[in-house]
Design a binder for this molecule. Structure first.
Ligand SMILES: Cc1cc2nc3c(=O)[nH]c(=O)nc-3n(C[C@H](O)[C@H](O)[C@H](O)COP(=O)(O)OP(=O)(O)OC[C@H]3O[C@@H](n4cnc5c(N)ncnc54)[C@H](O)[C@@H]3O)c2cc1C
Length: 406
């Protein structure tokens, strides 16, 4: 397919729709006189009413994924994410974080499991639910082969035992996709995913994590103690797991798995969120630089400030294009031969951090105060160099891909 950068009328309307929602419900609406995005940042609370409103207009839930899925270029989803995360990255993640659970379910579940559990992740517009994807552990972040949460086969199901850390929506989710090891000797090849409901016996949120940024997004630690999960909640089912373990025990027969390309496909989606944060910081900077006067002129007339804005705009456009390419490659199932998905996230994360830092600089002392939003954008931006693969892991993946022979 030709990759056309001209937005269709429909894409422009969808972008405007997402932008209007973000502006109205996150920036302009208030709680006790405080703008919604600042309120949830300061309260460090999950923004249930905003997610409910998003569900009410079709921005949350399966309807949303069906709507953006109709665009064969994938760019509609990029536009919606950039605008929503422009509004607030924490609230954006509250709205779109459940997509991780959906991705985990769709990647490994059977058709029947997807049909049953996908609607349950989101609930209904009148009774919204969220989902979580739980991989990371105290001793296993970048190195997921070290996962210790153990799944042991028992009559009629499995017993899960272990701890998870940093889990977005962990404990408040109705459905958790939990990755556990069924055979630790096989590293990541000995792992399986399970659907664990928030009310399962032996499953608990042990701590809510307090964070630097994206504070409206709920992050928690989880513990599973003899947590029983019925057979039907092993994603992919027993036969598929047995076949996978058999291949792992006979490496000669194991073909190169598609695991790398799964991560490559999701990383540009995270990257475009970072572009939204960077644009928020940039937009605030342009407005401020036009208004603030020093030495008799608006600071935008000082070349030092104007050049900063020029670099910020250029960096954001470059990051956006990398993300659009990665998202387009994912939806058209183009192989990521040079780790183009990781490139998009690596660059977009760096751009968000750099642009938000320059935004504080442009705002001078006001940028360092909580009176202005740019300090929040800077705190929010940093996560994009850490989660869904740190920037060093992206560099590792890219360097391996570009130096691979043949
Ligand atoms: C707010 C937040 C939300 C999150 N949400 C989720 C979630 O929903 N589900 C989930 O499963 N996880 C989640 N995570 C976990 C996240 O994916 C991990 O924090 C991340 O992968 C890094 O792992 P780590 O923290 O253990 O760091 P480590 O792996 O311990 O890394 C520490 C440092 O060493 C570097 N490093 C590690 N290995 C290498 C290497 N081989 N070469 C060079 N440098 C290296 C890293 O880049 C980093 O700088 C979340 C984290 C945060 C902070």
């Amino acid at each position: 397919m030709v990759f056309d950068l001209t937005l269709t009328d429909e894409q422009q309307q969808t972008r405007q729709w997402a932008h209007d929602f973000a502006r109205r419900e996150m920036r302009e609406a208030t709680v006790d006189g405080v703008p919604v995005h600042r309120h949830y940042d300061e309260a460090e609370e999950f923004p249930w009413p905003v997610v409910q409103k998003a569900a009410g207009i079709g921005l949350y839930g399966l309807d949303y994924y069906q709507m953006v899925g109709q665009d064969p270029s994938g760019i509609t989803s990029a536009l919606v994410l950039e605008e929503t995360f422009w509004g607030c990255a924490g609230i954006g993640l509250a709205i779109f974080g459940s997509g991780l659970a959906l991705a985990g379910l769709v990647a490994t579940g059977t058709g029947e499991q997807i049909g049953t559990w996908a609607p349950r992740i989101f609930g209904t517009p009148d009774d919204v639910k969220v989902g979580a994807y739980a991989v990371s552990e105290p001793g296993a972040g970048s190195d997921v082969s070290r996962i210790r949460t153990r799944a042991t086969k028992v009559d009629g199901g499995w017993l899960l035992d272990g701890e998870k850390i940093w889990i977005t929506n962990g404990g408040i989710a109705d459905v958790h996709v939990v990755v556990a090891t069924v055979d630790p000797s096989l590293g990541h090849r000995g792992q399986a995913s399970f659907l664990v409901t928030g009310d399962a016996e032996g499953f608990a949120q042990t701590k809510k994590t307090r964070k630097l940024g994206i504070r409206a997004s709920h992050t928690a630690e989880l513990a599973m103690t003899d947590c029983f999960v019925p057979d039907e909640q092993l994603l992919g089912g027993q036969d598929r797991l047995d076949a996978k373990l058999e291949r792992a025990r006979n490496p000669d027969r194991e073909r190169r798995s598609g695991a790398l390309s799964t991560f490559e496909a999701t990383r540009p989606i995270v990257g475009i969120q970072a572009v939204g944060v960077a644009r928020a910081a940039y937009d605030a900077s342009v407005t401020y630089a036009r208004q603030r006067e020093t030495f008799g002129v608006p600071i935008v007339q000082h070349q030092a400030i104007a050049f900063k804005l020029a670099d910020m705009a250029t960096d954001i456009d470059a990051a956006r294009l990398l993300c659009w390419r990665g998202i387009n490659m994912a939806v058209t199932q183009t192989p990521f031969l040079h780790a183009e998905g990781s490139m998009a996230k690596l660059h977009a994360g760096r751009v968000a951090v750099r642009v938000a830092d320059e935004a504080i600089q442009i705002h001078g002392g006001f940028g360092y105060s909580r009176e202005f939003d740019v300090e929040k954008f800077s705190r929010d931006a940093k996560i994009y160099e850490i989660f869904e693969g740190t920037k060093e892991i992206q560099q590792l993946v890219i360097s391996r891909a570009i130096t691979r022979e043949g």
